[in-house]
Each structure stands twice: as structure tokens, then as C-alpha cells.
Write a protein that binds this ligand. Sequence first.
Ligand SMILES: C[S@@+](CC[C@H](N)C(=O)[O-])C[C@H]1O[C@@H](n2cnc3c(N)ncnc32)[C@H](O)[C@@H]1O
Length: 257
Amino acid sequence: MIAGAVIDKARVTASFAAAADHYENAAAAQDAAAAMLAERVLSEPPPPGARILEIGCGTGLLTRRLLPRLKGAWQVTDIAPAMVAKAAETVGEGAVFRVMDGEAPDIAPASLDLIVSNLAVQWFADLSAGLRGLARCLAPDGRMVLTLPGRNSFVEWRHALAAVGAPCGMPVQPNAAEVEQVLSGHGRARVVAEPIVLRYADGRAFLRGLKTIGAAIPVADHRPAHAGAVRRALAAMGSPCAVTHEILTVDYRTGPG
Ligand SMILES: C[S@@+](CC[C@H](N)C(=O)[O-])C[C@H]1O[C@@H](n2cnc3c(N)ncnc32)[C@H](O)[C@@H]1O
């Protein structure tokens, strides 16, 4: 079981909805993760006509990489209506676009061949139950390939805050073994962790980027640090600074574990 952060889902939905128009100006890590994920899926594509579901499509960064190359019955979904509208606009034809909470999928059990998702399931209120729920939607021989941030994400910022005794409002993410454990016994799950290290002008630019994409959402019980402590942590980050986005890629298949 993965220890859950307290996620305010209404706030998550509103924050991403408000970010839809500017999201891609600051989504370098998401785009890099989408490229890794797409390469993995396309190295072993499902047969033509596959029933495919995307969770948390955002503006369509992953959809645009996959949909033209995988002909199938696509459902492209997100919890934020403005994100669904933006994905439909950027992707165009070839899919049903609709609002859906990936944690409560209105999908018949065992009815999908492929589920994909890039950096969205970390916003589930209960990641373990949510991943298992999605796995139940897969047909025999189905596959789910998704990414989520790992424990070492933003480690530089976390350390800078800890060094000045300030709390960090970012949710604590799971490690690869914990995610693998959640899905073990239900099928075959492999989880790999890879760092994407991005350079920013300074710590403020890193935080501004999170805000631009709608991801600057503290856990519900976070008590903000004093402004002075935050200033000291930002100064300690240096200028320019490097920040790690650790990407866990989950490759899950139905069948005996
Ligand atoms: C960081 S963005 C990633 C978007 C896109 N997959 C990409 O790679 O750019 C996270 C997305 O997950 C969506 N999301 C958050 N919670 C969700 C949930 N419970 N069900 C479906 N989508 C969710 C957000 O609305 C947002 O569009």
C-alpha cells in the first residue's frame, strides 16, 4: 500500500483547467516523459482496432505522439473539461474526447486492450486503488503503460527547504518497488525509474513552471513556510539550478503475475 497524500481533487481539477491555455509553454518534463512512454508503447504496439483509453490527457502531448501511429478505438479522457477541449483542439480527429475521473472509470471490466497515461495518476486520491481499478478494465492480454513521478522528483527543492527547516507542500511520491507491489498478484508489472534533469534560470523559474502547468498544488494539510525561509531555500538552489524529475514508467500486462 502506498502512503497517500491528502489530495484535494476539486482543487486539482480547477488548477489544471485554468492552466490549459498556457500548459505547453512550461511542460518540458511532461513532453520528455511522453516521448519515453510513446517509444515504449510503439516498440510493441497493440493490433489494429485495439480499444485504447488515455487517462489525464492534458493538452494532448502524449496523444499526438501515439494516436497517428496506433489505429484503434480511442477514448481520450481527463478530469478537467478545459484540458479535454484543448486536447480535442490540438489532436483533431480519431478519438472520442471526454471528461472522466481516471480513478472512477465508467468502463466495463475487461473491455480494453491498452491504457496509457503520462504523469496524471499521481493526482489520484488513492493511487493503489486507482491503479488496480484501471487494471480491471483490461481484457486478457491487455496492457497498461503509464508514467508517474517517483520519490526523487524535485529532490533539490525538497533538500533546500529541509535545510532551512521549511515544510514542503509537494506530495511525497512512491518509489518503483512500491508501485510494482501495488500491482503484483494482479498481473505482471515492471516499473523502471529514470531521471530527467532540467536546468532552470533559478528556483523561482522552476516554481513558476509548475504554476504555469497547473501543478503547483500543495497537499491539502500543508502549512505554508515563512516567506523568509522560502527566500533562503530559493537562494540555496543557485542560479542557474538543476532539478530532477524522476519518471517511473509502469508497464503492466494482464495474466498470471
Ligand atoms: C501534469 S498533467 C499531464 C497531462 C498530459 N498527460 C501530459 O503529458 O502533458 C496532469 C493531468 O492529469 C489530469 N488529472 C488529474 N487528476 C485526474 C484524475 N483523477 N483523472 C483524470 N485526469 C486527471 C489533470 O487535469 C491534468 O490534465
